[in-house]
Design a protein around this ligand. Structure first.
Ligand code: ASP
Length: 418
């Protein structure tokens, strides 16, 4: 009974996205300013879209905390946590390194910045990057309430795991609390379900607003860069992830992508892996049969430390900027880009536009002009949407593969008709 309903919702969300594209794109052409822009785009679409994102975000902290406490408390073997942790982080870092290598190779071969006319229109003010020592220390919260108030995902993850472990070790009181947390988890998942019903309208407004403002005009002067990033993003999503799913996970990649449809639309329209966490979690658990103890750990962790799509943009952008400024990069510089981009993604959260901050770190590291970001900023919002969809695909791929290796995936659910 439930399946056709689910299907309908997915279809409606996709229709919302397509309509948003058409309406937004057309408004950009016919009414770039004036009454319609002010009242419809900056008024109605903006308000509904902002409320929709807020309602997703409000779920993130309680969902991650409650669900990860449940997941940790349900582990009967504490060593398993370490094993899952090592596999997950290892795969996240490895896929990011592959992503950026693909991007660098493609950009070196195609040369998107060769002959590019230097004309910086937008200015980019980089923020200083935090040093690695600080990143490591700041994994541990001094005040968990503050970590939650600030939505600091890594700190929330650390606190939830410690809390869950203490619940296992506390015996009977821990068990009582566990059943309370399980109930809370069910209630939060219900809330995710309820909010998803409004998604077609939220997605429509978000996409219509973005395309009404951005339009497609900015793409033209940067077409080579834009389409090259897009190409590598698609290559990584369909090539690398499919191979990993097939070879490492022995799972059907086509089924995987079908199960991911809703998640893709959410990531695309919100441009935020973080805001998409509730949807990703619900998809891997309910549609793909991954157990809560794996998904509650891997998904929020992935949203924070795994950004393959972002790494791809950085790879192409670095080469593009070097070529545009006529600067030669040495082999060691490329290696440095792979390293910095992989590590930079660990310390920065998955929110819209953070990719540019990471790019500033990479450019600094290899001594390229950070102002070069101004060259590509015009199309960054559009690429942000696509790379966020790739980022969450990476999170879900690793989640499924790790779950499979731990015997924590129900393949009947995974292969059921979505
Ligand atoms: N918006 C991306 C994400 O949330 C990050 C970025 O590339 O800017 O995953």
């Amino acid at each position: 009974m439930n399946a056709p309903k689910k299907n309908n919702l997915t279809r409606h969300i996709i229709i919302g996205m397509v309509l948003g594209l058409v309406v937004g794109g057309s408004l950009n052409l016919v009414a770039p300013e004036g009454f319609i822009r002010e009242f419809l785009v900056d008024g109605f679409f903006f308000v509904i879209g902002a409320i929709f994102i807020a309602s997703l975000k409000l779920l993130v902290v309680p969902l991650v905390f409650v669900s990860l406490v449940c997941g940790t408390a349900a582990l009967n073997d504490i060593r398993k946590l370490g094993r899952v942790g090592v596999k997950t982080v290892g795969l996240y870092l490895a896929t990011t390194a592959v992503a950026i290598t693909l991007a660098l190779v493609a950009a070196i071969v195609i040369g998107p910045g060769i002959g590019f006319e230097l004309r910086t229109e937008a200015v980019f003010e980089p923020k200083p990057a935090p040093p690695l020592t600080e990143v490591l220390i700041s994994l541990f919260p001094t005040n968990p309430v503050q970590a939650m108030a600030e939505g600091n995902m890594l700190q929330i993850i650390v606190f939830a795991i410690l809390f869950g472990l203490a619940m296992v070790l506390a015996g009977e009181p821990g068990q009582r609390l566990h059943s309370l947390f399980k109930d809370a988890n069910d209630v939060i998942m219900k809330l995710v379900f309820i909010l998803m019903q409004f998604a077609p309208y939220g997605v429509f407004c978000l996409i219509a607003k973005t395309f009404a403002i951005e339009g497609f005009g900015a793409i033209l002067p940067l077409a080579k860069y834009f389409f090259l990033v897009l190409f590598v993003l698609l290559l990584h999503a369909t090539g690398t992830y499919m191979l990993i799913l097939k070879l490492l996970g022995r799972l059907n990649p086509i089924r995987f992508f079908k199960n991911m449809r809703t998640v893709h639309v959410f990531a695309f329209s919100t441009a935020s892996s973080n805001a998409t966490i509730p949807v990703t979690m619900s998809a891997v658990e309910n549609r793909m049969g991954v157990s809560n103890s794996i998904a509650s750990f891997t998904v929020p962790l992935g949203a924070t430390i795994n950004m393959d799509g972002t790494a791809i943009m950085q790879g192409v952008a670095t080469v593009f900027i070097a070529q545009a400024y006529g600067i030669d990069m040495a082999a060691t510089d490329y290696l440095m880009v792979v390293l910095t981009a992989t590590l930079a993604s660990v310390g920065t959260a998955g929110v819209p536009g953070v990719g540019l901050i990471m790019l500033a770190m990479v450019l600094n590291q290899v001594g390229l002009p950070v102002e070069g970001i101004g060259l590509i900023i015009g199309v960054d919002r559009l690429l942000d949407m696509v790379r966020t969809a790739v980022n969450v695909t990476g999170d879900a791929t690793v989640t499924c593969v790790v779950a499979k290796s731990e015997g924590q995936i129900d393949e009947e659910t995974f292969n059921a008709d979505a």
